[in-house]
Design a protein around this ligand. Structure first.
Ligand code: UDP
Ligand code: MN
Length: 390
């Protein structure tokens, strides 16, 4: 069901800074069912009252009352069968017609929706996001259809960073984990610009250990052996076990390598697809033009030195954020939850969350050096491990 047209400019409003629906600080688990319950009670009492009026009229058995009774029956039938319009979920002004079917509204809130009863699991697809609207328009219907073909229960969560700080992919994934429905027993950490093209790629529940779908021998750009970025499936238990991802990575790069170090330390083996007939050129579509979507590679303060090393201080347990608003939306039949998130930055710990004041590194002499065996930076052979894609 397409509720928003692709060319509708109001979708952007919903994704970006929509009016505040509710806000809270790191509340888990989410609960927002109260208005829905009171609505249902109102509906039930209306139907009950209509029914008893009709019964009384039919008892009188006069021709005019019979006619009235018949009319009221029709009205009741209409009321019961036509789905109610619920505009609570997206309060973007002038766009309230957008959410019209109560069948899927608040899918993330109606905790136990399973499209495929044979699949005993459900995946929360966590998409860290900021200013990638064109990619989302293509990604959402593609991944939804791809997973429906595989009969995989899933729900999309777009974790949209709306503060003025540098982009923090890892922290957004921590937020997505906390805010996604607890009916989802595993998560996919999924880039919005990476589309699976080979139907043989599977997104199954990662029983034994994290499953890296965008494996180095398949990813269009990154081919080093310890690469785990792009698309990684992790079951909730394992994500908690390693305390999620570090919150120290503001700007582009290394947050996935730090996560690899966490998995390794927790002795979690990473599994990957084998026996595919496609390779780096045709397994995924990477919608990324580096001139249009520039990677934020700036380093300021002592970012360079600190983020080269394993972080044992921050993660899922220390994330601080404000959920500015939460909205339900569909794009070409793909339902999703948009989480508009303001991350908080402790400027004593990670002053590089904002490099506008200080472009440049703290001199080496003023930096403390963590243990050298904690280095998480992969050794790259540019020719072998990097393709010029995107
Ligand atoms: N991303 C985003 N906005 C940004 C930067 C990154 O939404 O400004 C998200 C998006 O999901 C993207 C992912 O982070 O696919 C990884 O970033 P990017 O594509 O720049 O990294 P690459 O893997 O191509 O080096
Ligand atoms: Mn990319």
């Amino acid at each position: 069901m397409t509720l928003y047209g692709e060319d509708d400019p109001n979708i952007r409003k919903c994704i970006r800074h929509g009016p505040v629906a509710h806000s809270r600080r790191n509340v888990y688990p989410p609960s927002a069912n109260t208005p829905k319950i009171s609505n249902n009670i109102k509906h039930l009492s209306f139907v009950w009252e209509m029914g008893s009026t009709i019964v009384t009229m039919l008892r009188l058995r006069r021709p005019t009352t019979l006619l009235w009774g018949f009319g009221l029956c029709l009205l009741l039938l209409f009321y019961v069968t036509v789905p109610s319009t619920n505009t609570d979920q997206c309060d973007c002004r002038g766009h309230q017609r957008a959410v019209t079917s109560s069948a899927f509204i608040g899918q993330s809130q109606q905790e136990d929706i399973r499209s495929y009863p044979n699949d005993k699991h459900k995946m929360a697809i966590l998409i860290p996001f900021r200013d990638r609207f064109e990619e989302l328009l293509e990604f959402a219907p593609h991944i939804h259809n791809f997973l429906n073909t595989q009969h995989k229960n899933h729900h999309l969560y777009i974790i949209n960073q709306v503060d003025g700080l540098r982009f923090n992919r890892a922290s957004l994934l921590n937020v997505g984990f906390l805010e996604s429905g607890i009916d989802c027993d595993y998560v996919a950490m999924h880039d919005v610009d990476l589309l699976p093209m080979n139907a043989a790629l599977t997104y199954q529940y990662p029983h034994d250990g994290p499953y890296h779908v965008a494996a180095p021998h398949l990813h269009p750009r990154y081919h080093y052996p310890t690469f785990i970025g792009g698309i990684l499936l992790v079951k909730r238990e394992h994500f908690r076990k390693v305390d999620g991802l570090s919150n120290k990575y503001w700007g582009w790069g290394l947050e996935d390598d730090e996560f690899f170090a966490r998995l390794k330390e927790a002795k979690l083996e990473v599994f990957r697809p084998g026996n595919l007939t496609s390779g780096t050129k045709d397994t995924f579509k990477h919608i990324h033009d580096r001139r249009v979507r520039r990677r934020d590679m700036i380093k300021c303060y002592n970012q360079q030195e600190i983020t080269r090393h394993r972080d044992r201080q921050t993660g899922l347990s220390t994330i601080r954020y404000r959920l500015q608003s939460k909205k339900e939306m569909t794009i070409q039949g793909a339902p999703m939850t948009i989480l508009n998130v303001e991350l908080e930055c402790d400027r004593y710990v990670t002053p590089w969350c904002d490099c506008t004041e200080n472009i440049g590194n703290t001199p080496k002499s003023q930096q403390s050096s963590p243990k050298s065996d904690d280095v998480i930076v992969p050794r790259l052979n540019r020719k072998k491990h990097l393709s010029h894609d995107g």
